[in-house]
Design a protein around this ligand. Sequence first.
Ligand SMILES: [Zn+2]
Length: 641
Amino acid sequence: MTGIYGEILTFPQQSGPDIRLRVFGSHDYSRYETISGFTVIYDHGLGQFCYAMESGEDLVSTGVSLDHSPPEGIVRHLSEPNRTVGNVVERLRRGESAEARSHHTVNRTFGPNQGLLNGRRLSIGTIRGLTILVNFSDVVSTTTAAHVAHMTNGPNYTLNGNASSVRDYFLTVSNGKLDYTNTVVGPYTLSQPRAFYMTQLLVEEALGLAVADGVDLSHFDSQGEGIVDALNILYAGQSVYQGNLWPHNSFLELTHGGVRTNLYLLTGLGRNPNELTIGTFCHENGHLLCRFPDMYDYGSRDDDDQDSAGIGRYCLMGSGNHLDFGRSPAPVCAYLRDLAGWCDNVIDLNTDGNYESIHGDYGTVMKYRSSKPNEYFVVENRTRQGLDRALPASGLAVYHCDIFGSNEYQQGSATRHYQCALLQADGRRDLENDARNQGDSEDLFAQVSGIALTSTTNPHTREWDMRDSGLILADISAPADMMSFTVGATSPTVTATGESMPNLAIPDNLAGGITDAIVIAASGVVERILVKVDIVHTYIGDLLIELSAPSGTRDVLHARQGGSQDDLLTIYDSDQPGELNAMIGQPMQGIWTLHVSDRAGLDTGTLVKWELTIVSTSLDRSADSQIAVSAPVPRGRPVRS
Ligand SMILES: [Zn+2]
């Protein structure tokens, strides 16, 4: 099912105009608020949304519709206590058949089947789905079966800004292992108006209309078991996040011609073809075909009354299906792709060394095993491109996984923790602490020189029982097609520094200018370099400043920027984009030369002082006392005995 976190959506009323409300929740429990924050309830008697009021532990309708001002004394953001929510869910489940309940684990954020949901799994092979379009007697869509067939099966489908068709989405994320196509029929017209199906299920009627129209269910039984692979019902109009029309998937056994249905998906078709998006269709089929659990938190459920975001936007099964209004759903994350059996190439990170993670290489999973078989870490390149184009951040993702966990549990304790937790680079644990934050620009690791993750950093790589997993990640490159990083026990990161105070006058308007040198005796390779300059001058726009390495490689620090500004006291840092890039990887031992020239007449100045700081992973300690030893970093390809 699909979770919603405060999005504003439009709702039909039987006896009133459509209305815009903020929604929180999921198919089996939801809460609605006016834009100004008053909780409302759909009053079936009046056929309208009305302000809600407390009655004991429940919320009930005041009978005052929203075209009136809120009744005296009503406060904003009313919500039902956890116990009531649980009772509501239980009441809903009680209406289901035993078979249907068996498909419901206690909650769908927990995967009893080695991390996946119970039930028939069709995540590999050529799978055929039946998609039935229906109109209500009072709501009709102009979308045709051809429009939907294009969205579900079309090669290079990009209408409405969609990233691809559903078929291409699953072919891509499954590394070609799941070829899922749909036969689209209809639209058929249901016998009742839309409001009727808020409380009644339309699946049986829709299927009956399709069979009466000559649809042969055996065509959708790719396994030859007399069971329909997948049944998708799309109803006219936008998805209604209310009652039985809330987009969801569930189990219903209906038999026609000796073939029976199993799992089905129900969601909105949109009012017209321009509203077709693949996000929710892919998410619900992730449940239906692959038995993926939800990777978001249902809120107050299972004696956990705190809401959180789970993995948020970073996976189709979190809230990634809503990225770019459902047009660019996030890929299925590496953790679930691995559970689905889509990754032939398993890279074991338990060997020290340098690694490369290729973006979009969906057949590969990079894993670091912990002391427990069910718990491990997964690393994945999530540079903001391709299917990741709408992600909130760009860089390397590190997930802490446990197939016995549940994304309902944000506590992060030994007994209550996520099934797949993103170790957010900013260390703020926003996904766990704030359900409104479904992901932000500081969640992924990008361009980290030196240590990024150990058992003592924040976030850390300790196991859920706080045991040190031994995982050390360092030297993560910038987001790109290929991101490199190193794993394992490392030799010390060292820093060599030098300074010079020449107090040298810079000849006016002379290209030759002046030079000054700093000698670095230590040997090693530059991994990071910082240059601090202190120049007194009355017009820094005259100045050209360059640095040359012992190898002769030269890089420009200041190219006559700054105009009439006085004096230059600044630090150039290779960690900053576009600065000193040419120096990375250079041998550091030898003479480093600063070249300063004044390229225009009239204004003059002096090179007062400059400093050089070089960070490296390999240093010949015996060389020089100007060395500072700090946290360890990796050294080349593996393995130390
Ligand atoms: Zn779901």
